[in-house]
Design a protein around this ligand. Structure first.
Ligand SMILES: [Zn+2]
Length: 381
């Protein structure tokens, strides 16, 4: 679901400036609560308070009422979403259905009634399926938890893509629920074929092909019409080309998962893809996560580039932000020694154990450098 994914991305940006472990726990707790709210469909109620989502006009409310009587369940309220695509949505945990404004404007009363019956079918799904749908929304907590622990863009992206994969695979497994909702909608329809014709009109006005290939949340229109007892007037077309099908899947059915991922990939990886170099990539990491380790890596790059003063400053900032990497601490010690700041070098050396994480020879070099620091200049005076 789009709201959960967008909420997860929002939390990643907020979490970038949360470094204290207990504050990070609070941040994760807030994320859990927000994702639970999004997975339950609560943003719909918030949008209604803001008058962005409206109550159904009488024509739509009546169509939903009639459909409810037919399939044996009347939802509490029906809403209208301001959206240019003709569509209808079910919010089972809220016991509500919603139509887009375009659907209300362009579908006939009988079409609205037929589609409403399908959405009400979703409201009557088994509790196990409702729990699964909720769990899919909560799955976005995984990349947030990974981010809280590792705080770098690569593990975050891997976790994010993992969640997208699970959601797409499970989402297409939930196709059975679409078939079930179709059967409920067809059951007891007025004139035979009303439901199939409403589906056809929906696809026609949205310009969605009658047959699609690959993973998708709904079966193809052609198969749904045949299952609903109406044989289309044309032979079953072959699906559009793979590329066009994929673009459609990206633009339509998969937008809820794919778009937030593309945003994340764009922010985290475009600099690298565009070959802007490690420095820019690291700057992005610092901007997004701002962890001590990221700043420390940036300092290492600056040091390698010979920008010593900047490197020394960044190493110090990294340590303030909790970077405990002994190799980087040793680098800072050596830079302080080179700058003749022996007290600072000693202070850094005292703050970590050079025998841990550094090989013996390197640890000895660092200790010797600090021991000799200041002696040479003192002797020459
Ligand atoms: Zn459906």
């Amino acid at each position: 679901m789009m709201p959960s994914a967008l909420a997860a991305i929002g939390f990643i940006f907020v979490g970038a400036s949360v470094h204290d472990p207990s504050a990070r726990l609070v941040w994760l707790g807030c994320a859990v609560v927000t994702l639970a709210a999004c997975s339950s469909g609560l943003p719909l109620l918030a949008l209604r308070r803001l008058r962005i989502v409206k109550d159904a006009p009488e024509r739509l409310a009546k169509a939903v009422r009639v459909a409810g009587q037919r399939v044996g369940h009347t939802p509490r309220v029906c809403f209208v979403l301001p959206w240019g695509m003709l569509n209808a949505l079910a919010f089972p945990l809220l016991d509500r259905v919603a139509f887009t404004s375009a659907a209300v404007a362009r579908l006939s009363d009988s079409d609205l009634e037929a589609i409403a019956a399908h959405e009400i079918g979703h409201l009557r799904e088994p509790k196990s399926v409702l729990a699964l749908r909720f769990a899919l929304g909560m799955l976005w907590i995984v990349p947030l938890a990974v981010f809280a622990v590792y705080g770098n863009s690569r593990s975050l992206l891997v976790a994010f893509l993992g969640v997208v994969t699970v959601r797409v695979l499970v989402g297409s497994a939930l196709q059975r629920m679409e078939v079930r909702a179709d059967a409920i909608a067809k059951h007891g329809e007025g004139e035979g074929g009303d439901y199939a014709r409403a589906l056809e009109r929906l696809h026609e006005l949205n310009m969605i092909p009658a047959v699609l290939f690959g993973l998708k949340t709904h079966p193809s229109l052609y198969d749904r019409m045949v299952a609903a007892g109406v044989q289309p007037q044309y032979p079953r077309p072959s699906p559009p080309s793979r590329l066009r099908g994929m673009l459609l899947a990206l633009g339509g059915l998969g937008a809820g998962h794919v778009l937030p991922t593309l945003v994340l990939i764009g922010v985290l990886w475009l600099p690298r893809l565009a070959n802007f170099g490690a420095e820019t990539h690291m700057l992005f990491n610092v901007a997004i996560a701002g962890r001590g380790g990221d700043v420390g890596e940036l300092a290492t790059l600056r040091s390698a580039a010979g920008r010593i003063d900047e490197a020394r400053l960044l190493f110090r900032v990294a340590r303030e932000l909790g970077d405990e990497d002994p190799k980087r601490a040793a680098q800072l010690v050596m830079l302080e020694v080179r700058a003749g700041r022996c007290e600072d070098a000693r202070r850094v050396l005292d703050s970590f154990d050079p025998t841990e994480g550094l090989n013996q020879a390197r640890a000895a070099i660092v200790q010797r450098a600090v021991a000799r620091c200041g002696l040479d200049s003192a002797r020459s005076e």
